[in-house]
Design a protein around this ligand. Structure first.
Ligand code: SF4
Length: 178
């Protein structure tokens, strides 16, 4: 049977990866190199009482985008040594907690984190392309497309990749600010 997110957090704690369940443990579990996709939801039904209690239900069930931080960036790695150490594959350095909260302009979302509403098509160091499953339109996270900050602030994800929004961005220098 698939392991739930909560079970993964509890397992991480049992294995000595921390002293108690916290957002950091959950992030480390989701981005475990041995676990390339987000862990299964507590329930597939967003109206399930456990999902209704969860602060991350919108992101998990596909009606909201993740926050921008190094922990949601495809270039970050939760290292298995040190004291909760995270590193960046772009800047080749360890990331302080303040670094992680701030992120940087190179941020690209970890594709499986957008999977509830976006299907991954292609990617490189500067972009990841998707099809928005809500409106059926292609869009790019990164160079030539939507910054992670734009996606995170969009509010209504059906606007990501909308031809009218793309036109405003391309021809009038617009950007999505929520
Ligand atoms: S590329 Fe930027 S946002 Fe991504 S992990 Fe490195 S510092 Fe963080």
């Amino acid at each position: 049977m698939a392991q739930s997110a909560l079970e993964a957090v509890e397992q991480a704690v049992e294995q000595g990866q921390g002293s108690g369940p916290s957002r950091a443990h959950l992030g480390a579990s989701i981005m475990d190199p041995d676990c390339p996709a987000p862990l299964p939801r507590m329930s597939e039904d967003p109206s399930h009482y456990k999902c209704k209690w969860c602060d991350h239900s919108d992101q998990c069930h596909g009606t909201g985008a993740p926050q921008v931080s190094c922990r949601t960036c495809v270039f970050s790695t939760p290292e298995m040594d040190g004291d909760g150490r995270w590193s960046c594959g772009i800047w080749k350095k360890d990331l302080s907690f303040e670094d992680q909260k701030q992120a940087c302009p190179k941020h690209l979302f970890i594709p499986p984190m957008l999977a509830p509403w976006a299907e991954t098509l292609d990617g490189d160091d500067d972009f990841v392309s998707y099809t928005n499953k809500i409106n059926g339109q292609p869009f790019v996270n990164g160079q030539g497309g939507y910054t992670s900050a734009e996606i995170a602030s969009a509010g209504e994800l059906q606007f990501i990749g909308d031809p009218a929004i793309d036109d405003l961005k391309e021809n009038m220098g617009g950007r999505v600010v929520g």
